[in-house]
Design a protein around this ligand. Sequence first.
Ligand SMILES: C[S@@+](CC[C@H](N)C(=O)[O-])C[C@H]1O[C@@H](n2cnc3c(N)ncnc32)[C@H](O)[C@@H]1O
Length: 392
Amino acid sequence: MGITEPQGGTIHGIAVVPPGLEQPAAQELADLGCGGVAPLRRAVRFDTDLGGLYRLHLQARLPFRLLRQLASFPCRGRDDLYSGVQQALDWATWLPPSATFRVDVSGTAPGLNHSHYSALQVKNAVVDLQRQRWGQRSSIDLDSPDLSLHLHLGGGLASLSVDGSGSSLHRRGYRAAMGLAPLKENLAAGLIALTGWGGRVPLADPLCGSGTLLIEAARAALGRAPGLGPDGPRPFALQRWPDFQPDLWQQQVEAAAALARDRLPDGQPLAPVLGMEQDPAVLGQARCNAEAAGVAGWIQLRGGDCRDFVPPEQPGVLVCNPPYGERLGEAEALESLYADLGRMVKERCSGWSLWLLSGNPELTGALRMKASRRIPVSNGGIDCRWLHYAIR
Ligand SMILES: C[S@@+](CC[C@H](N)C(=O)[O-])C[C@H]1O[C@@H](n2cnc3c(N)ncnc32)[C@H](O)[C@@H]1O
């Protein structure tokens, strides 16, 4: 029990990732220098150090959150949780009564089956200890706490972590404007990673909505760090941790900024990135978002119907997330759209790869194409498949 990591030593972390993206997220964390990487369910375990954790917050595109484990202790019920939490951390350092906090819980233990109840137990353990020691307690702040605690219960253990991002990492800050049913930025980045597109062949989204797939693809290919906006790094909760090291942070910010390029790493230009959208208001949002994301100069967006898509000569990768009737329009009305989309790609996109996010197998049947890969992913709680078709 107690603090599991000496200062400057190994940090045990958990990346919370979209369901279905565990494998590419594990690969991303390994590519960013993590050791001990292991995919879990909706999460990836990793080891790093403080500089590495800063790097992940600035550069990892797939996680929602990065949790830094501070303590782990046996937990067979309520009383273990209460006493374990009190002994887990040096609370005077991590949470003086003047600092605010929030608690989130995942998993269960005997007598601890409801996350709200378990969170209340953690909160009570912390504030009771504070009152005994200092006669004062921290306030809860759900929106912008100084410390965001995460408790995971499972396998007879409780694991207490702090969340380094504050607000979810999928919010890159470039998306003031959102079309109907936009993809989350980290899911879009993960879907692009699964296609293997690296900027050398054209990429097109003929139903691009607010442009999330294309923007995330272009930003990844041009080395734009997700944690950096035009004015520098977004604020992160880890900057309020007691062991925050401003110099180390600054080094990582500069390293992340130095990755930004206007070309591919070998100096070749980025291949064409093309988007079409039939709704003029949504197209306007895509333009604003691409501008705010700093990649408008590399993405050609035009209004129109996907049935009129004319691909560039060099074969490339088509990605799309057509409406599937759950949230936009009715399924029957969409069948002809899918049938026409299938016809269009077979007629004009020979040699291309098509990746389509489907939340409705009946509609994808109307494409009249056979998928060569079907990767289960969840889009905002909707069970979807990222389907790959090789177009002959
Ligand atoms: C689910 S949304 C795509 C969301 C997008 N991936 C994003 O993150 O913003 C589907 C989009 O397809 C567009 N759309 C529907 N039918 C179309 C068509 N025939 N041609 C072009 N766009 C179409 C809709 O206007 C909508 O913006």
